[in-house]
Write a protein that binds this ligand. Structure first.
Ligand SMILES: [Zn+2]
Length: 477
């Protein structure tokens, strides 16, 4: 009887389904703005301007972001849009530009970073600061995906709003900041000195993008990042008596460090399902249908049948667990000397609701050695934005509009962006670069041969512009 009850309960749970997302409809009275652009021409212009932007070397370090800010400011100036470049240090500028609205809603902010990570030119098929457009229409350059491509289509979104004289119910602010890739000093400077004049309710930034063939062949998943994990960066230092390398004696610093690291590597944290993971799997399920769709749309079956697959993939496993990544070592000087101190760097990333202090306490307990201590180098809490939101829906709706086998859904990012600094100010921040790239191209970000297709630039501009129109524009007279 009890067994029958259990089976009945499980079946009932299995039958509870997550619905297909209601992405709403674009306001028909704003169609004149959405349809006011000749997209093939606008796409060609965007490719040309992105090529120029990619030729501006803003590798960080050293940054030189003012050069990138000036490039964007020049594009805006030609259209009669004023902008301001503010520097936290010489040459380390960020750009602020604004189109005024009536102010009936708080501003919407289009955020990007101007700096890029360095590139080793010798490993690239095309020079990383060439901005070369090849015969297939691929635009090559460091930053094509992360994130000058997005910064450029954000700039053009502002420009097209101005060109069409779109009346706005809220200010639209373009913010292109320095130093995202190293210390976030550009964003932190803006938050400290300029936030009162920005004070936006919504931001679109990097964090998610469209991935082709992500789960099933032929399907594109447009992942919109709604949450970012927190972090705890640690230096774990082992102590012991210094001595001669010729005679192994237990309890010396290197051995203690290795034992501590072994314990950390043996961690097997339990999977935690963030609601965004369930939601996006459900949207994939509604799109593919059949037996896979039946499983993916039911939370109980997601747990039973999808969890092991998700945990086997490093990317999705990182979004379901608190991770501790051993990222470096130091302390030894000579091969024949046992040093008194050796250390390892630990990069811990924490799920929403999990505190750095608790993670540190867990690690101290796990390592359980009074001769191993921890120094906290940096810490921040995870944060998230709700996806029951008009701007989220507009981004998702236009990402999939007119595309067969495309779904949009929220995700939790294992890494963090400047959005992590904005959510505590009450901002709803969405990470979404509206390009659809093959999975393997995502590895070119911070890697070699970073590039983006002309179609992505054109379609991405259309997606972003349409979503911005939906939540900022007023009907024409
Ligand atoms: Zn980036």
């Amino acid at each position: 009887m009890r067994r029958a009850l259990l089976i009945l309960t499980l079946l009932t749970c299995a039958c509870a389904t997550l619905p297909r997302a209601d992405l709403g409809v674009s306001p028909p009275e704003l169609a004149q703005w959405r349809d006011g652009v000749n997209w093939p021409d606008a796409g060609q212009e965007a490719v040309r301007l992105l090529s120029g932007y990619l030729q501006v070397d803003t590798s960080n370090p050293p940054g030189n972001e003012t050069l990138g800010a000036k490039y964007l400011a020049g594009l805006l100036e030609k259209e009669g849009i004023a902008s301001e470049i503010v520097e936290f240090a010489p040459g380390r500028g960020s750009l602020i530009a604004r189109l005024k609205g009536t102010g009936s809603e708080k501003p919407l902010c289009l955020l990007s970073h101007l700096d890029v990570v360095p590139a080793e030119a010798k490993n690239w098929q095309q020079p990383p600061f060439s901005g070369l457009v090849d015969a297939q229409g691929m635009i090559w350059g460091r930053g094509a995906l992360d994130m000058k491509g997005m910064g450029l289509i954000e700039t053009l979104t502002l420009i097209w709003l101005k060109r069409l004289h779109v009346p706005l119910k809220r200010d639209v602010i373009l913010l292109a900041v320095a130093d995202e890739e190293v210390d976030n000093r550009g964003m932190l400077f803006i938050v400290e000195k300029y936030w009162p004049q920005i004070d936006c309710s919504h931001v679109v930034n990097e964090g998610g993008m469209g991935i082709r063939d992500a789960m099933t062949p032929g399907q594109t998943i447009f992942a919109i990042s709604v949450a970012e994990k927190g972090l705890l960066w640690l230096k774990m230092i082992a102590h012991g008596k210094a001595g001669h390398g010729s005679t192994p004696i237990p309890g010396r610093a290197p051995e203690r460090l290795l034992k501590a690291l072994d314990k950390i590597r043996a961690r097997h944290p339990e999977a935690v399902w963030h609601d965004s993971t369930r939601e996006t799997l459900a949207q994939v399920g509604h799109d593919v249908g059949g037996a896979t769709g039946y499983v993916l749309t039911r939370p109980t079956l997601q747990n039973w049948l999808a969890e092991s697959k998700l945990m086997a993939n490093p990317g999705t496993a990182a979004a379901m667990t608190d991770t501790v990544n051993i990222t470096g070592f130091g302390g030894a000087n000579e091969p024949n000397v046992i040093p008194s101190e050796v250390w390892a760097h630990l990069d811990c990333r924490l799920l929403p609701g999990h505190k750095p202090a608790d993670m540190l306490a867990d690690l101290i307990k796990l390592v359980d050695d009074p001769n191993v201590r921890f120094e906290v180098l940096h810490q921040a809490l995870a944060n998230e934005s709700p996806w029951d939101d008009p701007f989220y829906r507009a981004l998702a709706r236009h990402a999939v509009a007119g595309k067969p086998n495309a779904v949009a859904g929220p995700v939790l990012s294992p890494g963090f962006t400047d959005s992590l600094h904005l959510r505590p100010l009450g901002v709803r921040a969405y990470g979404f670069v509206p390009f659809a790239t093959p999975q393997e191209d995502t590895g070119t970000m911070h890697g070699e041969n970073e590039r983006v297709s002309s179609e992505n630039v054109r379609d991405g501009l259309r997606t972003l512009f349409s979503a911005v129109v939906d939540v900022t524009a007023l009907p024409g007279k």
